[in-house]
Write a protein that binds this ligand. Structure first.
Ligand code: UDP
Length: 387
């Protein structure tokens, strides 16, 4: 409260691309109301854009996470057109701190221009450890105007003349949100059985957007290896279709094709009844949760599942490495084969799984709850007020 007290007369704006789907929206849904409860004057804005913009920014997202490809003139034009248009809606804004989340709205600063004592902060949620240089250089033109950047971890600050004031803040989960409040195992099982899951048999789940970086195809391949050794196992892939991720549908169809006619694989989205309670239930009732990402900014789904006392196997990348201490709070894996073997280890050794569950929950309690995240933001705002 002391940190909030000092920000009493300050105004804060959070700006991102979408109010639904994916980790950024998830975090803002908790952080913004909690900051308001603390007496802070904070608003959350999402930018207005058509699908052409989100197609381009999804490419930006992929390229900034390392995908090869050239930046086209047309894509630059579309990206800047919508940033310019959204900046025009900001002409009468009066904020002390403007926090821009991710690359989609990053160029607003150029068209709006910094006014008076405003401090602009770029909060990057993606893994920028090995970006496509052409895209990175393009974005840097805009990023250089920001007062500070927030990154999730040091690995994401590759050597680049573009980086200046960086602070590191890890994302968080809200333990009191409908997604994370404690559910009795039996209640969770009752919820997931409605989706055709047999709650008497082992279940592996991954909760993620349908995106190549989340590797749902690799998850299916790992499950198929497990299935050969343990025929009773089932797999659930739970995914939200984010409004800023037009690629999601194509990837969902690819995933459905890979699953084929195996009726022990359940693939469901927010379009067939998945909301926070159902995500909570799958994370609570699964025998093992996977987050087999190939690149990952943080991976809230890891913290969410650890918090529920479910063992987690994650890709050995990005923010997952902050959450999973290999062999202690879960397993980190590099290949499909390794993922399958570790899944079998957990399914066959309840004692190992139990120890990991306890260590995992403790880690989330200490490091990844929303209260710490808010304190980190407030410290940053206070520091910036002094400059
Ligand atoms: N999520 C959800 N429903 C789904 C799939 C995902 O609510 O069907 C949530 C998930 O619980 C998590 C967020 O979306 O809170 C995803 O955040 P994460 O950091 O794991 O990945 P991102 O999508 O930001 O890359």
């Amino acid at each position: 409260m002391y940190l909030a007290e000092k920000l009493k007369n300050k105004r804060i704006a959070m700006v991102n691309a979408t109010s639904y789907g994916g980790g950024v929206a998830e975090k803002l849904h908790s952080i913004v109301p909690l900051m308001k409860d603390m007496g802070l004057d904070v608003d959350w804005w999402t930018i207005f854009a058509h699908e052409e913009f989100f197609r381009v920014t999804k490419t930006f997202h992929n390229r900034l996470q390392g995908q090869e490809g050239e930046l086209s003139r047309d894509d630059i034009e579309i990206y800047l057109k919508y940033n310019k248009m959204n900046a025009s809606y900001m002409s009468d804004w009066k904020y002390d701190f403007i926090v821009i989340h991710d690359p989609q709205p990053a160029a607003l600063i150029k068209y709006r221009g910094k006014k008076n004592e405003e401090k602009w902060i770029w909060r990057c949620h993606i893994d920028t450890s090995t970006p496509n240089p052409e895209y990175w250089d393009f974005l840097c033109e805009y990023l250089l105007d920001y007062d500070t950047w927030i990154l999730t971890m040091k690995d994401f600050a590759q050597e680049s003349s573009c980086f200046k004031n960086i602070v590191y803040i890890t994302p968080s989960i809200d333990p009191l949100s409908p997604k994370n409040i404690p559910l009795e195992k039996e209640d969770a099982k009752a919820v997931i059985s409605k989706f055709g899951v047999d709650t008497g048999r082992p279940l592996i789940s991954q909760v993620s957007r349908f995106d190549p970086w989340k590797d749902p195809l690799g998850v299916i391949d790992a499950y198929k290896i497990v299935k050969k050794e343990l025929p009773s196992v089932q797999l659930a892939l739970i995914g939200s279709m984010a409004t800023d991720d037009p690629e999601g549908w194509d990837y969902l169809y690819r995933t459905l094709r890979r699953a084929g006619e195996d009726y022990d694989i359940t693939i469901i989205t927010n379009f067939n009844g998945i909301s926070n309670l159902e995500v909570n239930a799958f994370q609570t009732a699964s025998s093992v949760v996977l987050q087999k990402s190939i690149r990952e900014g943080f991976g809230l789904t890891v913290a969410e599942s650890l918090w529920k006392g479910t063992p987690v196997i994650g890709g050995n990348v990005g923010g997952i490495k902050l959450q999973i201490e290999d062999g202690v709070t879960g397993y980190l894996v590099n290949t499909v084969e390794e993922c399958a073997q570790k899944t079998l280890t957990l399914l066959r050794n309840p004692l190992v799984a139990k120890e990991m569950k306890e260590a995992g929950k403790e880690k989330v309690k200490k490091e990844f709850l929303v209260t710490k995240n808010i304190a980190d933001y407030l410290k940053l705002f206070n520091n910036l007020s002094l400059n």
